[in-house]
Write a protein of this length. Sequence first.
Length: 257
Amino acid sequence: MSNFEQFDIDFYQSNYSTDNQEQSYNGSGATGSVYGSKKGWTTDAPQSEYFAAAETLSSSQAYPGQIFQPAYTSEFPSDHIYPDSFDDEPPLLEELGINFDHIWQKTLTVLNPMKPADGSIMNETDLTGPLVFCLALGATLLLAGKVQFGYVYGTSALGCIVMHALLNLMSIASVSYGCVASVLGYCLLPMVILSSYAIFFSLQGILGTLLALIIIAWCSLSASKIFTSALAMEGQQFLVAYPCALLYGLFALMTVF
């Protein structure tokens, strides 16, 4: 047994003792407490500094109570000035291109073949009067017992196409299709008078034939006068009146028969 104890002592020899262990344990505990106190101090210090900075920031920058609204600037500035009220807007008829003064002047020019025509007014593309006169011709023919609305509008469209081609060949200045349709439509007014007469009296006789020839000459002379004044075709009125007389002769045939 003594040999075993001697072997144990000889196997590992050190200066370790229980007193040193207690001392080291006490030292380590003190160090840990010191470290623990330092750790708590380091974790508590940033929080206090953060709250202090937040309080100073909130006190220095008070909320004004307004919402930020960014200003919008367009890349393409508009030059149009919109009216503030309806009083500054143009009339509806003016926006649609309907001028009753010009319509009345054109009507008087057609009714009086000897009156000189104003080329600036007659060169306008105004289809309000022609549509009204075509509708009036169809209505009067209907009252006379003749349903010929399709023939009226078909003959008008075909005649406008042919006259447009002839006038562009005969005149130096070019003319639009709308201008030709406007002039031929306004000069249809005497034919409306003839169809209104046919409601009450028969035109199938010598008197009716003479009256139809007079109306044809009236319409063709008015149309040729307007065309020559608007297109500056001096000395060519009778050349223009001939195809116009053929066109209005078709309307006269519808009215008489």
